[in-house]
Structure formats: structure tokens, C-alpha cells
Write a protein that binds this ligand. Structure first.
Ligand SMILES: NC(=O)c1ccc[n+]([C@@H]2O[C@H](COP(=O)([O-])OP(=O)(O)OC[C@H]3O[C@@H](n4cnc5c(N)ncnc54)[C@H](O)[C@@H]3O)[C@@H](O)[C@H]2O)c1
Ligand SMILES: [Zn+2]
Length: 361
């Protein structure tokens, strides 16, 4: 089986991201090749396990399996405590390797457990959602939510390897699949016009999850994220590019209490809003904004924002770490594939853009 390999090189660790159709069947060999110990603890969720557990068990027969729930609401220190308990009861020691098999929630929780138990054990990420394959599994950020906010408890813990098999995405609900595609479009806009155009051209085959089309799209997305985190492991500068569409996106998620939108869908609106700001500033051609809006529209209808108040969303951005006294640090697209980071987007400017994408004042 042929797999693509992308290297992530951070100061704390260098590791491969493998992308290949059917790689799950070779997971045991990949773990051996990438230096995972043979004390393997798979952390997954009942949903993922129903769909892919048999294949994983065949590929990694001696592993101890720990299943915990994986909704966003389960992404808590309590669930991590369950993972600690099962690891310790199964006599995990410093030589253990935690293998996270699931979406971003499982990856973040199992990763945080691996980062902290016994002061840190090895981790391998086996992402099973598109979002986790192109984003969450790469870069070493792990953690959980707190009642006072998302992802407030966490650590940096780079994995030994990431194993992304597009075949597992065939069981992913369409809405979850789409949620990951907004992040792929994000990569296109911030760094690669070719990727953007490929998604636009091959969208039907991508939705059909045809491996020949999906593998290069996932691999290129991983390459962009890998390059960025290799140059900026801890979000000093370049890593901020990954926040394109996320300032407004996070605010939209927070105002709707994380119930209405998948994260990627909120980022879809966030990208549209920032593109509107960029056009009004003369930084972006209207034709590029239209291309972005057209591609986002082709993914399917987004949950409505008509009842949301632009003023409420602006207010919610003030809680964002990236906001400094009334002006916003924003990644502005200057074309499809190029951006600039500005720190002077005003609240009225953002409010106007949010009205332009359909919100009430
Ligand atoms: N660490 C990072 O850098 C980073 C980056 C982006 C997002 N995240 C985090 O990722 C999380 C979101 O991840 P997500 O979108 O993968 O959500 P998720 O993990 O909740 O998975 C979404 C749903 O898909 C199901 N599922 C997973 N794989 C499946 C499969 N192959 N077939 C069928 N169903 C499957 C899950 O059971 C779940 O119901 C958020 O908590 C976010 O904070 C982290
Ligand atoms: Zn995101």
C-alpha cells in the first residue's frame, strides 16, 4: 500500500504524518516502524469503535482498548480521569504508547492524558474525522474544556506519528465531513490557491470520498499545517495564520453556546466576514471574495445567522485572546492563497461585515 509521508519538525520532536487509503490495516506495522513501544493502549469512543474497532483490533492485536464518550460535552477533566484510571489499572508504565483513534475530541483528550500521566508517555494520533486528519491531530496541542470556556486546560505534546486513513471517513456523517472541508478551504485561502481550486474542481468526487481525489487534498492540507507548526511550534507568529476565519467563528460558536454550529461551519461564516472586511479595505479583489463565497455555498447550506446580532458577536470577540483594546488582530486574505495579519480592524468594521453576511444589527 502506498502512503504519502509529511514530516513535522518542531524543536521538541520530529515526526511523520502518514496519509494513505487503507493504512488502518497496516497500523501495527506503522507503529513498529515509527518506534512505538509494544505496550499499546488504544483510546477511542463507542461510535468510532462500532465502525472501525474490528479493523483496528486486527491490526494491533495486543493493544488494551479504552473507550470513552466523545461529544464536545464529554471533553472534560472527568473523562480524562477515566482514561487515567483505565491506564493505571491496566498497569501502564513509562513505556506505554497511547494510540488515539477518533475525532478531535478523542485526540485532544487521549493526547492530554498521554501528556500528563506519569509525566508523559508516547502518543500516536489516528484521526478518524476529516477535521482531525487535516487539523487537530497535527501540531501537538492537546487538552480539554472547562465550564468557563473551551480548551482552557491543556498542554503541548507532540505525537510519535500521525496516521490518517481516508477510508475511515466513509462512515463519517456528511455534516461532519463538511465541517472538515471548511478547514481545507481555509488552508487554500491562507497558503495555496492550487488546493482551493482543486477542491472547487473535484468537490463531487471529494464528497464521494474517492481515494484518488481525497488523499492529495488531505495530504496537502497536512503539509500546510505541518509547515506552519514546524516553523512556529507554540503560536508565536506564523501559527496565527491558522486562525483565519476563527475570530468571528469562535464568537459565533460561543454566542450560540456550541449548539447550532459545527466548528467548521462557524469558521465558514468567519471566513466570509473577514473576506468582506478585506474587500471593503481594498485588500482583496471582489472576484476572490466571490470565489470563496461560491465555494462555501457549494458545500451546502449553513445554519442560519439571521437571528444573531452582529453587536453580540463583536462583543463576544472581546473575550478572544487575540483582541487588544477594541481593535482586532485579524488574518486578512489579500488573494486566494495570500494573507496579511493586521491589528487595526475596528469593531464597527467587523459589525458591518457580519451584517453583510446576514446578521441583524
Ligand atoms: N488540537 C488541535 O490543534 C485542534 C485543532 C482543531 C480542533 N480541535 C478540537 O477538535 C474537536 C473537534 O473535532 P471533530 O470535529 O473531529 O469532532 P469529534 O471528535 O466530536 O467527532 C465528531 C463526531 O464524529 C464521530 N466520528 C468520528 N470519527 C468517525 C468515523 N470515522 N465514522 C463515523 N463517526 C465518526 C464522533 O463519534 C463524533 O460524534 C474540538 O474539541 C476542537 O477543539 C483541536
Ligand atoms: Zn478551526
Amino acid at each position: 500500500m502506498s502512503a504519502l509521508r509529511i514530516d513535522v519538525t518542531t524543536p521538541s520532536r520530529a515526526y511523520p504524518v502518514h496519509v494513505g487509503e487503507g493504512l488502518t490495516d497496516a497500523l501495527g506495522d506503522v507503529l513498529d516502524a515509527d518506534g512505538a513501544s509494544d505496550r499499546r493502549f488504544v483510546v477511542s469512543s463507542p461510535t468510532v469503535w462500532r465502525a472501525h474497532g474490528r479493523a483496528i483490533e486486527r491490526a494491533v492485536p495486543a493493544a488494551h482498548v479504552i473507550l470513552v464518550p466523545d461529544g464536545e460535552r464529554s471533553k472534560t477533566t472527568r473523562t480524562v480521569a477515566r482514561i487515567y484510571e483505565e491506564l493505571l489499572l491496566a498497569s501502564a508504565d513509562r513505556s506505554a504508547t497511547v494510540v488515539a483513534v477518533g475525532g478531535g475530541v478523542i485526540g485532544d483528550m487521549a493526547g492530554f492524558a498521554a501528556a500528563t500521566i506519569l509525566r508523559g508517555v508516547a502518543l500516536v494520533q489516528v484521526p478518524t474525522t476529516l477535521l482531525a486528519q487535516v487539523d487537530a491531530a497535527i501540531g501537538g496541542k492537546v487538552g480539554v474544556n472547562h465550564a468557563l470556556g473551551k480548551n482552557l486546560i491543556g498542554a503541548f505534546h507532540q505525537p510519535l506519528a500521525v496516521v490518517a486513513d481516508p477510508r475511515v471517513l466513509r462512515t463519517l456523517p456528511r455534516r461532519e465531513f463538511r465541517a472538515g472541508l471548511y478547514e481545507v478551504i481555509k488552508y487554500g485561502v491562507i497558503a495555496d490557491r492550487g488546493l482551493f481550486e482543486r477542491v472547487a474542481r473535484d468537490l463531487d468526487a471529494i464528497f464521494a470520498r474517492e481515494p484518488d481525489v481525497l488523499v492529495p487534498v488531505i495530504a496537502q492540507s497536512c503539509r500546510i499545517k505541518a509547515d506552519i507548526v514546524s516553523q512556529d511550534e507554540r503560536e508565536g507568529g506564523l501559527r496565527r495564520l491558522l486562525n483565519f476565519g476563527h475570530t468571528a467563528g469562535h464568537a459565533i460558536e460561543a454566542v450560540t453556546k456550541y449548539r447550532r454550529f459545527r466548528h467548521g461551519e462557524a469558521v465558514g461564516y468567519g471566513m466570509l466576514a473577514v473576506a468582506d472586511v478585506a474587500v471593503r479595505r481594498g485588500a482583496l479583489d471582489e472576484a476572490d471574495r466571490e470565489a470563496l463565497a461560491a465555494l462555501i455555498a457549494r458545500l451546502g447550506p449553513l445554519p442560519s445567522v439571521r437571528d444573531l446580532s452582529a453587536a453580540d458577536i463583536v462583543q463576544a470577540t472581546r473575550r478572544d485572546k487575540k483582541v487588544i483594546r477594541g481593535t482586532l488582530h485579524v488574518v486578512l486574505p489579500t488573494g486566494i492563497g495570500t494573507t496579511e495579519i493586521v491589528d487595526d480592524v475596528t469593531e464597527p468594521e467587523l459589525a458591518r461585515a457580519l451584517r453583510a453576511i446576514g446578521m441583524r444589527p
